[in-house]
Design a protein around this ligand. Structure first.
Ligand SMILES: Nc1ncnc2c1ncn2[C@@H]1O[C@H](COP(=O)(O)OP(=O)(O)OP(=O)(O)O)[C@@H](O)[C@H]1O
Ligand SMILES: [Mg+2]
Length: 912
């Protein structure tokens, strides 16, 4: 039976009963006043009233989440480095009254901005539609009608209204501004609001808990005081979140962009100086210098990048499998070579089932289970968690099945576990205490089990005095270090013999053995406490008596094994970072077909310096007993060691690591903060979707790399040719209008590359854009391209002279224009992705685009548009000779390409 959130109230004390820490009640009056002011009550709003309020106050949507309006989107695309350079070149041209060039630039900038803004808009829209799939919800308490009992249910956060009573649990994002009514060990993260990275304790009813913070540990009930645009966060913060540390995508693309920008800024002065020295020209060459710099710009890069990534994201989205929340993360996912995953909830289902309870000697002992269940029950009641922890739920279900029940035992205080705290404890009051040797005999026929808590509960006992018992359960190491005694089988919490070092070693070995059999292990310890013990704190969890161990079995996630195999085949190394026992983790890995090697535990991580950890982390597969900061440190160490590191995790304890990773990934069932922190959300239960997402990321990177390879090498070739011709000829080798038409044709054709088939290698290796390899490629192929252009110039000189042509300039322009478009088409076909012959055949969109390019190149100068663009038809001899040049060029390209492919794979930009 499922442990429904409302169950504690049904079988436990009234919910108004003292908060565990005893502090929740003090400010009760304030809480009531707040509720009254909001015309609400502790039992929540009536649904009809909530609907009315929703109509009045509007949806609880954070204004920053709304998509940017068009003008802002357009303005933002102007900030891109290429666009900025183009714009400044345009201003220079305008200042010199070189209107032709200025117009060319204006058109290029506009086209690229419009395309980019449209691309981003489309990408945003599909991402938003997908986000709905994993929409965040809040746990509210509402009543169907006035007299009804309150129902606790999940509600989309947009529908929250002032006056709603909300329950908070670890991992929740605070959904609106709340005034706290009750708190239990509540700590929240307010980094988004205050920049303070340490969790803040909120232990007073009446405290404000603001939207934008998230619950780290503990629980609370609060009433919504402000929603939507009225929240403090909406009013006080700038709309866009703070800068993110650059990831692999930003580093590569920005690296390439800025190198090119520097190169372009150098070109213009270089042209000026050269033409002054060689031809004695002055400033009148400036428009030409500007045109050369424009020729180098891959102005469509932002458009191609957005298109490639958005297309990849949309493909993943269409399958309803993976949601990419930040487009560049798709590239980064393709670049990931180490993926860290947490175990519980990701590799396993986090639906533990009780397996066995044993005493310190390893004998089956139901009393140990019962003590654990008592602790679970009272942690649950007193901490008022909206949903019970999976381990606690399993303990309660198992105990209930075995006829357990907390008859008469009453909780006094509880301290739940949380990130970095691996034990949970409850202080309970047992009416009619038990003293060893008191001669107490239970009524009825049931057998007296040694240590059975039933002998303690005393609901039917004869002694009226109450005993306070502290029950602690949790990670074996953490519980054992708080124990001084071990139970002797009499069942008294206070009894037992003193623990010696040999006992400790034996007990630790027993826990290890249970863990290595694949169980999740909790040690259970108890201690009698005087009734007058004041406020109860973690320091009181000591001098305990170890009762025994509980083992629970957590089934593996059904698709985990297959997903790990797929990732390994894709060249991604998987590492497991868990808060659990090294034995349990290693066993799970083995069952999933992953060799766990020697697990590294948190103590060893703490002992290692950053440099040592980088080395250790690289060769370790399982990291166990990790607190959140250990997970984050390991991820950072792996990044330092040079890996592009992804992190897949679902819990509050994974948050720091999700932030630290190059790509944070969260499964669909993850807690809201984890989903919000992740760049990629797996929308389906199927972990193998991750392998597909990785391949899609690599494809997108492949498209971007192909665009850069083709554009940069042919642009460089053109610039070299343009410079040479500019210095040799008495006229401009290309008119501004021609530059424009040519660039637009190139750009339009290249958009088809987003439809290209991926190279086979995307299945084998992580893909990154590597600026260095790219520039080497650009130089080699740019020189070949320049050689073809120079050969064309020679052919033009020859044919024009022999034909005795008079329109020298126009014919030259026409000849070069035709050759340029044809070489571009060739380059597109020969330098696209793919390596072997089978992959050579381009898909239809690419074939159409290249054919179109060739047709325009051949026919435009002959068409009526030719003369207005400054071009005339050419003699047939030119075409014959150009065919020879193109054949030679194509052969040279193919040979060079094959040499590149044969060399170490690392030479190919876009691969690793
Ligand atoms: N409800 C609980 N009561 C007592 N101890 C608990 C409880 N929940 C967790 N623990 C202890 O804390 C340890 C760490 O838990 P944590 O949530 O950090 O990681 P995990 O869920 O085991 O693994 P992962 O990091 O892979 O998700 C657990 O292995 C267990 O020993
Ligand atoms: Mg987990």
């Amino acid at each position: 039976m499922a442990w429904a959130p409302d169950r504690p109230a049904a079988r436990g004390p009234a919910t108004g009963r003292g908060a565990a820490t005893g502090r929740g009640e003090a400010a009760g009056a304030t809480a009531l006043e707040v509720l009254r002011a909001l015309e609400s009550g502790p039992r929540g709003l009536v649904e009809a009233e909530a609907d009315a309020r929703l109509a009045r106050h509007g949806e609880n949507v954070f204004p920053g989440r709304r998509p940017d309006p068009w003008p802002r989107r357009f303005a933002r695309s102007l900030r891109d480095p290429f666009t900025a350079v183009l714009l400044s070149l345009g201003l220079v041209s305008a200042a010199l009254a070189a209107w032709g060039t200025a117009c060319v630039i204006a058109v290029l900038v506009t086209v690229s901005c419009v395309l980019r803004a449209t691309g981003e808009h489309r990408a945003d829209r599909s991402a938003a539609a997908l986000r709905e799939l994993v929409a965040t919800t809040a746990t509210v308490r509402r009543r169907p009608a006035e007299p009804d009992a309150p129902v606790t249910r999940e509600l989309p956060v947009e529908q929250l209204v002032p006056g709603d009573v909300v329950l908070l649990a670890p991992g929740d994002l605070v959904p609106a501004d709340l005034r706290l009514l009750r708190t239990t060990g509540l700590t929240v993260h307010e980094a988004a609001l205050t920049g303070e990275s340490a969790p803040v304790t909120k232990d007073t009813a009446g405290d404000l808990c603001l939207q934008g913070s998230s619950v780290v540990s503990g629980s609370a009930t609060g009433v919504v005081v402000a929603t939507g645009a009225d929240t403090v966060l909406s009013g006080a913060l700038p709309r866009n979140p703070g800068p993110r540390l650059p990831g692999p995508f930003d580093r590569s693309v920005n690296g390439i962009a800025w190198t090119l920008v520097r190169f372009m800024l150098l070109t213009a002065p270089l042209v000026l100086v050269a033409s002054a020295l060689l031809r004695g020209r002055g400033l009148e060459t400036l428009p030409f210098a500007v045109a050369v710099a424009v020729g180098l710009t891959p102005e469509m890069l932002p458009v191609v990048v957005t298109t490639a990534l958005a297309r990849g994201a949309a493909l993943l989205a269409r399958g309803g499998e993976v949601i990419v929340r930040r487009l560049p993360a798709l590239h980064d996912l393709g670049a990931v070579d180490v993926l860290c995953v947490d175990k519980t909830g990701t590799l396993t289902q986090d639906r533990p089932v009780f397996d066995r309870a044993v005493d310190a000697e390893g004998r089956d002992d139901p009393a140990v289970l019962h003590w654990a269940a008592v602790a679970a029950l009272w942690t649950l009641h007193l901490a008022e968690l909206p949903a019970p922890d999976a381990l606690d739920e399993a303990l309660l279900d198992a105990d209930e099945e075995r006829g357990g029940g907390a008859d008469g035992v009453e909780g006094v205080a509880a301290l739940p576990c949380g990130p970095g705290r691996r034990i949970a404890s409850a202080l309970v009051r047992v009416p009619g205490g038990y003293e060893p040797g008191s001669g107490y005999e239970p009524d009825g026929p049931e057998p007296v089990l040694p240590g059975n808590v039933r002998t303690l509960t005393g609901s039917r006992g004869r002694r009226p005095a109450a005993t306070y018992v502290l029950v602690v359960k949790g990670a074996a190491e953490d519980v054992l270090e708080r124990c001084t005694r071990v139970a002797d089988g009499t069942g008294s919490p206070g009894a037992g013999r003193t623990l010696g070092p040999a006992d400790r070693a034996r007990l630790a070995a027993r826990a290890d053995a249970l863990a290595e059999s694949g169980l999740r292990v909790l040690a259970v310890a108890v201690a009698e406490r005087p009734a007058s013990a004041g406020p109860y704190a973690p320091e009181d969890e000591r001098e305990l008596t170890l009762a025994g161990f509980v083992g629970l079995r957590d089934a593996l996630a059904p698709t985990a094994a297959e997903a790990l195999t797929v990732l390994a085949d894709r060249g991604v190394a998987v590492k497991v970072l868990t808060g659990d026992h090294p034995g349990t983790a290693a066993r799970a890995c083995r069952e999933l077909g992953l060799d766990p090697g020697e697990p590294l535990t948190a103590a060893r991580i703490d002992a290692a310096g950053d440099a040592e950890l980088a080395l250790l982390a690289a060769r370790t597969t399982v990291f166990a007993r990790c607190a959140p900061e250990h997970k984050a440190r390991v991820v950072r160490a792996l990044r330092t060691a040079g890996s592009t590191t992804g992190f897949l995790g679902d819990g509050v304890n994974d948050l720091a690591a999700l932030h630290a990773a190059d790509v944070g990934i969260c499964p669909r069932d993850g807690v809201p903060v984890a989903r919000e922190a992740a760049d990629v959300v797996l929308a389906s239960k199927d972990l193998t979707a991750l392998g597909r997402a990785v391949v899609t990321g690599r494809r997108s990177t492949g498209h971007i790399a192909a665009y850069l390879r083709i554009t940069l090498s042919s642009n460089l070739g053109n610039v070299i040719a343009m410079l040479t011709a500019g210095l040799l000829l008495p006229f401009l080798p290309m008119l501004p209008a021609q530059v424009l038409v040519q660039n637009l044709c190139f750009d339009a054709a290249q958009l088809s590359l987003a439809y290209d088939r991926p190279a086979a290698t995307v299945h084998e290796r992580p893909a990154v854009l590597r600026p260095r390899a790219l520039f080497r490629f650009m130089t080699a192929f740019g020189l070949i391209n320049a050689a073809a252009d120079l050969a064309t110039f020679a052919v033009l000189a020859l044919t024009l002279r022999s034909a005795g042509s008079t329109g020298g300039q126009a014919a030259f322009h026409a000849g070069w224009f035709t050759e340029n478009l044809l070489t571009q088409a060739l380059v597109m076909l020969l330098l696209r992705a793919g390596r072997d012959a089978a992959e050579r055949r381009a898909p239809l969109p690419v074939r159409l685009a290249t054919t179109g390019l060739a047709v325009v190149g051949l026919l435009l100068p002959l068409s009526p548009l030719g003369p207005p663009l400054g071009m005339t038809p050419l003699p047939p001899l030119y075409y014959a000779l150009m065919t020879v040049v193109l054949t030679l060029y194509g052969t040279a390209l193919a040979v060079a390409r094959a040499r590149y492919a044969k060399g170490p794979a690392a030479q190919l930009p876009g691969r690793r």
